[in-house]
Design a protein around this ligand. Structure first.
Ligand code: FES
Ligand code: FE2
Length: 397
């Protein structure tokens, strides 16, 4: 089933993206309007967030069969469901009868998703199973209500590194094909990861457009000034750029130091992890809204929740290599790791918020990139500009 994808067309204002698409030497960044104008919000919601593989939540939030969790993704009501077959599915969280929101709270539905309005019931795989009194009192069927056509609308989804990715517009190849190069690059981390539990989750609120968090995350240029603590051992010159046009960008370091507890305790490594990761770590912005980090002994995900033009929330979660790390034995080290990452990521908030403020400057022209230091950020700008330009081209046809 398709929906009207271009509802924003008629009212979207246009911006000049020709310079953003230029090679970095002559490029300008995205115009201010892409960060502050509510009219462009709708256009970006569709072209960037719905028509790509976006992160909406974590599989660990629906660990058991029958677990459901509602998620509003930039206003789109979705529900994550742990099915009988052990897989997580995502459905539009809207009843097929009269459009009541279906699941309002996280919980376990014991096999049946029941609408609170007229009690239509759906199975965990989305099939419409019961339609009480639909043909009149005591008549639970009607010839014109074909249950087989009225299942929940499934949204393509894929779980990777603990993150539930969705393609709301249903316009893409499956995630493993769309992100083949990323999965190859990080093939050593393409395996189960184990969320550290309550002490391994935190949120950071920003007063910035979500794109600024992506742009800041993928570059290491700011390290000496924004992360002086990190810079003591992990210097600017120890970092390299990661760039895959149309898909992701980021940075890597060659001097990752494992966290060590008071008694010399360390987290166990991923099984058979290669020597590349002895002192290597990588941080990648997976376009549009998922920021990931990998290390020999843990990974993390940051799902950016776009809330408004100048407001977003970072959902940060840490994952480990082995269920043994989830117990009491590692509690202190896990806490230490969370605290350390919280400290580093918090340091970025004033610059992402500050860039948002700066975009009220009416003479700001999108900015000038360093051709050497800013290329991962430029790659993201180019990606955004390309997606928006393509959407406008299709809309104009
Ligand atoms: S709206 Fe859901 S059963 Fe009527
Ligand atoms: Fe940073």
């Amino acid at each position: 089933m398709m929906y009207s994808q271009r509802q924003y067309e008629s009212r979207a204002m246009s911006t000049d993206l020709s310079k953003t698409i230029n090679p970095i030497e002559t490029a300008r960044g995205l115009p201010n309007a892409h960060y502050i104008d509510p009219q462009l919000w709708d256009e970006e919601r569709q072209a960037l967030l719905f028509e790509n593989w976006s992160g909406i939540g974590l599989a660990k939030d629906v660990p058991n069969t029958g677990d459901v969790m509602p998620v509003s993704f930039v206003g789109m009501p979705l529900v994550m469901v742990h099915k009988e077959d052990g897989e997580v599915a995502v459905f539009q969280n809207t009843c097929r009868h009269r459009g009541m929101i279906l699941v309002q709270e996280k919980g376990n539905v014991r096999g049946t998703i029941r609408c609170a309005y007229h009690s239509w019931c759906y199975g965990l795989e989305g099939k419409l199973r019961a339609t009480p009194h639909v043909g009149g009192p005591g008549q639970n069927i009607h010839k014109d209500v074909d249950r087989s056509e009225l299942g929940l609308i499934e949204i393509p989804s894929h779980v990777w590194m603990g993150v539930v990715f969705v393609n709301v517009a249903k316009n893409l190849r499956p995630f493993p094909e769309a992100h083949k190069s990323l999965l190859e690059r990080w093939s050593e981390f393409n395996r189960p990861v184990y969320h550290g539990g309550a002490d391994s989750s935190f949120k950071l609120d920003t007063k910035c457009n979500w794109k600024l968090a992506v742009e800041n995350y993928c570059e290491s240029y700011h390290l000496p000034w924004i992360h002086p603590g990190l810079n003591i051992y992990s210097k600017l010159e120890d970092h390299y750029h990661i760039e895959q046009a149309g898909e992701f960008s980021g940075q890597g370091t060659t001097v990752y130091q494992q966290l060590v507890g008071d008694n010399g305790q360390k987290f166990p490594d991923f099984d058979g992890v290669s020597a590349q990761w002895d002192k290597g770590a990588e941080y990648i912005s997976v376009f549009p809204n998922v920021l990931l980090g990998v290390h020999r002994d843990h990974t993390f995900s940051i799902i950016l929740e776009p809330i408004a033009t100048g407001q977003s929330r970072e959902h940060v979660d840490l994952f480990y290599t082995d269920p043994s790390v989830l117990g009491e034995e590692y509690a202190e080290l896990r806490k230490k790791n969370s605290t350390q990452w919280h400290g580093v990521l918090e340091e970025d908030i004033f610059v992402v918020d500050g860039m948002q403020k700066g975009r009220q400057g009416v003479y700001f022209d999108g900015g000038k990139f360093s051709p050497v230091m800013d290329s991962p950020t430029h790659l993201f700008h180019q990606w955004v500009a390309g997606k928006i330009t393509e959407a406008r081209r299709v809309a104009a046809e």
